[in-house]
Write a protein that binds this ligand. Structure first.
Ligand SMILES: *[C@@H]1O[C@H](CO)[C@@H](O)[C@H](O)[C@H]1NC(C)=O
Ligand SMILES: *[C@@H]1O[C@H](CO)[C@@H](O)[C@H](O)[C@H]1NC(C)=O
Ligand SMILES: *[C@@H]1O[C@H](CO)[C@@H](O)[C@H](O)[C@H]1NC(C)=O
Length: 588
């Protein structure tokens, strides 16, 4: 009988064995599969590459994963194949991680603060990337961190900065969104004196904090022009009616602003004086649609950006949590002729899986190859398309089975080059006598790790072994070659074998760190909840117990198989570093 059950189980599970990817998308690795590390206490998403093409952009992917299934949330940088590069949880919920230029320097920028689900009250952070300035390579380790916050930008006029937009202009100003609760005449909805969330944006001089420009939706749009049902909102101040839902701002070289309104289904072009130049989409659409309605029927949209030749990119959600107006979400490239008032879809970008994102999302034109990078917002995925609309790369950071649930999401997603030099030293941990683990959160220039040993008789550290860095964390297997040493440490070296930093020194026998106080990482805290995730994911499999046994038995292998997706890096970056011979020179 048991034998028969097992046999049935194997038959039921057989189709799933064919692809690790479909395992992933069914939630077999968990509802939010993560990579766990020994030397580093946070968990990063274990991604699944649903589609890959070598011509995809090789820069880093910038996300802000969050949602109720995401334990460690905040700004995050992933490698081209989805491996962790940097993550930080100290800011709490973050949104809109980008690399932007200010005064000729690159900054990692993001919003963080209090988020009520659809609006935020917070500030905008700018962490600097110091250019590789020092001529003496040996001093690289003394350079300042790339992750130090050097500017904090706040909204002006006594208001608080909203999560949706923080865009730095070439003039050194910042465009930000703001939600302000104000009283309003809602008699169109049978409420004489009600409350709305007004949608504002400000242009702020980053250097001085001065508000250079402010625009307010309620002065230009009537509340009843909205598509959003008022429901129970609008009656009391604590439940104001969000009639406009401002969610992105762009500015063109002539000084016109472009505002995306989710609940008006529109893009509004505003002159430098604050007047409405034109409206695309929604009830007040002024454009003739040369693409049979596809350019002007945007709905519940996000992230409008202006580009050369009067083109706009728009993330057209086509749905909210409650209302669905389109079958799927689209990224759009639209050409605008504001004189003849015509609009035309030049290209739309849709995945074969036809993702439908009820909220959030972003579109970016990649500067190096003109490809289109789409962050699917509420859907835990990001994609790269050719300018012709062909899907090249598609990565999931949560199982597709749960895409509609919004438990794992990233408000936007962008691609950017970045050089990361953390202030903190590399992390090290020796969990047992046979292994020592190393990682360095945020360091982008480490080519390999060099294990070094010393002892009271030989206080000078000697090189013992070297392994290339191809994933976030590396493990040295310790054999007889370390027997002569009482103390171990690991040096992070770059492509030229120059040392970028050293870990703390570890006492080989006690396995404790000497130069820092020893703080054991709480690695097993989540083992239990992880198991229940596995159960939830496999509920629909007929051979339930067999499945769980099988997964448990081969869990490590499966995760390793999935990891292979990102173990091989982009081909056209200098990241494939072969095993290097152990150098004989002394370091340290
Ligand atoms: C590093 O930061 C310190 C202060 O935090 C500053 O004095 C120093 O100039 C910085 N060094 C570099 C190379 O930027
Ligand atoms: C807009 O038009 C496109 C293309 O015809 C269609 O796929 C989409 O469903 C339409 N959206 C709405 C909200 O009608
Ligand atoms: C703008 O249009 C011109 C002429 O059609 C073309 O040569 C140029 O490449 C376009 N620029 C962009 C950024 O598309």
């Amino acid at each position: 009988m048991n034998f028969l059950l097992a046999k049935l189980g194997i038959i039921a599970i057989l189709p799933l064995l064919t692809s690790a990817r479909s395992w992933y998308d069914l939630g077999i690795y968990g509802i939010y599969p993560t990579e766990d590390y020994v030397s580093f206490g946070m968990k990063s998403p274990l991604v699944s590459i649903a589609k890959w093409d070598d011509s995809c952009n090789c820069d880093y992917t910038l996300l802000t994963p969050r949602g109720s299934w995401v334990r460690d949330y905040g700004p995050m940088i992933l490698g081209p194949r989805g491996g962790l590069v940097w993550m930080e949880t100290k800011f709490g919920v973050a949104m809109d991680l980008k690399v932007q230029q200010y005064n000729g320097e690159n900054f990692l920028t993001f919003w963080a603060g209090v988020n009520d689900g659809t609006h935020g009250r917070g500030v905008y952070y700018m962490a600097s990337q110091k250019p590789p300035a020092l001529p003496v390579k040996a001093n690289k380790a003394q350079l300042n961190s790339s992750y130090d916050v050097v500017h904090v930008v706040s909204a002006g006029n006594g208001l608080e900065g909203d999560l949706h937009e923080f865009k730095i202009t070439p003039e050194g100003t910042a465009l930000i969104t703001i939600y302000e609760i104000v009283s309003a005449d809602l008699s169109a909805f049978g409420i004489k004196s009600g409350w709305i969330y007004d949608g504002l944006f400000q242009e702020i001089d980053i250097a001085t904090g001065e508000v250079l420009f402010q625009w307010r939706a309620s002065e230009h749009y009537k509340v009843e022009e909205t598509f959003e049902p008022i429901g129970w909102t609008g009656r009391i101040k604590g439940m104001a009616f969000d009639f406009f839902h401002i969610n992105s701002i762009a500015k063109d070289p002539m000084g016109n602003y472009y505002v995306s309104s989710r609940y008006m289904h529109s893009v509004t072009c505003i002159s430098p004086d604050g007047d409405v130049n034109w409206v695309l989409g929604g009830r007040r659409n002024e454009f003739e649609d040369l693409s049979y309605g596809a350019a002007t029927n945007i709905s519940w949209n996000h992230h409008v950006d202006w580009h050369d030749n009067d083109t706009l990119t728009i993330f057209d959600n086509g749905a909210t949590d409650e209302i669905q107006t389109a079958r799927y979400s689209r990224a759009l490239l639209i050409s605008i002729d504001s004189v003849s008032k015509t609009a035309k879809v030049l290209q739309q970008f849709v995945t074969p899986g036809k993702y439908l994102s009820q909220s959030q999302g972003s579109v970016q034109i990649l500067p190096d190859n003109g490809n289109i990078f789409v962050g699917w917002g509420h859907t835990a995925a990001y994609s790269e398309f050719t300018a012709d609309g062909e899907l090249l790369c598609d990565t999931h950071f949560g199982p597709s089975l749960f895409f509609g649930w919004g438990k794992v999401k990233s408000y936007r997603g962008f691609k950017a080059p970045w050089i990361g030099r953390p202030r903190t030293p590399p992390d090290v941990k020796m969990p047992d006598k046979q292994s020592i683990f190393v990682s360095w959160n945020g360091a982008t220039e480490v080519a390999s790790w060099v294990l070094q040993g010393a002892s009271p008789e030989h206080p000078q550290f000697m090189n013992i072994g070297q392994i290339p860095k191809d994933t976030f964390e590396a493990r040295f297997e310790l054999g007889a070659e370390v027997d002569d040493y009482d103390f171990l440490r690991i040096a992070a070296v770059d492509l030229d074998d120059d040392v970028l930093g050293y870990t703390s020194v570890v006492d080989r026998r006690s396995r404790k760190m000497l130069s820092d106080s020893f703080v054991p990482l709480d690695l097993d805290a989540d083992a239990e909840s992880e198991e229940s995730f596995v159960l939830q994911g496999s509920i629909f499999i007929t051979s339930f117990f067999f499945g769980v046994w099988f997964i448990w038995r081969f869990r490590r292998t499966l995760v390793e198989r999935a990891s292979n997706y990102y173990r091989s890096y982009c081909v056209n970056k200098n990241t494939s570093i072969g095993f290097q011979p152990i150098p004989t020179v002394e370091i340290g």
